[in-house]
Design a protein around this ligand. Structure first.
Ligand SMILES: [Zn+2]
Length: 147
């Protein structure tokens, strides 16, 4: 399942539309636009068409095309690494005399559960803010894809 903000879903759907072609499954043909710019199967006349991505497959709707685009063109994000960077960016290093530890190192060692929950929450808010999408539990940046 794809989790993304409405804004991102809308953009992905447009891209999925461009990346795929209408397809009549009964006749097993790709359907081109007619002179009125409408898509109807030249053999059976149906406008109830699937979407085809060449070399990938044929299915109903856009969801699978959107997922395919995220998987193949998105940049996979390590959400724990992302959270470490955030912690080390916003908090000062922790010092004991000569010893110095990064905030992420400390939190991860002292309270690994809180660290994992924090990483998850941080990733989920990035999804809400249209910074990333989540596909079947994996996180992706798709800024290169939607610009
Ligand atoms: Zn047909």
């Amino acid at each position: 399942m794809l989790e993304a903000s409405d804004e991102i879903k809308e953009k992905l759907k447009e891209l999925a539309h461009e990346a795929s072609r209408p397809f009549c499954y009964s006749d097993y043909v790709t359907v081109e636009a007619d002179e009125k710019g409408q898509y109807r199967c030249p053999k059976c006349g149906s406008d109830d068409l699937m979407r085809e991505v060449e070399g990938v497959g044929v299915e109903w709707g856009y969801d699978w095309v959107m997922e395919h685009l995220v998987e193949t063109e998105g940049e996979r994000v390590d959400i724990e690494e992302l959270y470490r960077d955030l912690l080390d960016d916003i908090y000062e290093p922790i010092k004991f005399g000569e010893l110095e530890y990064s905030p992420s190192q400390v939190l991860e060692a002292v309270d690994p559960v809180a660290f994992r929950i924090g990483a998850q929450d941080n990733a989920d808010s990035a999804v809400e803010d249209s910074q990333m999408v989540c596909l079947n539990g994996s996180y992706f940046r798709i800024s290169d894809l939607i610009e």
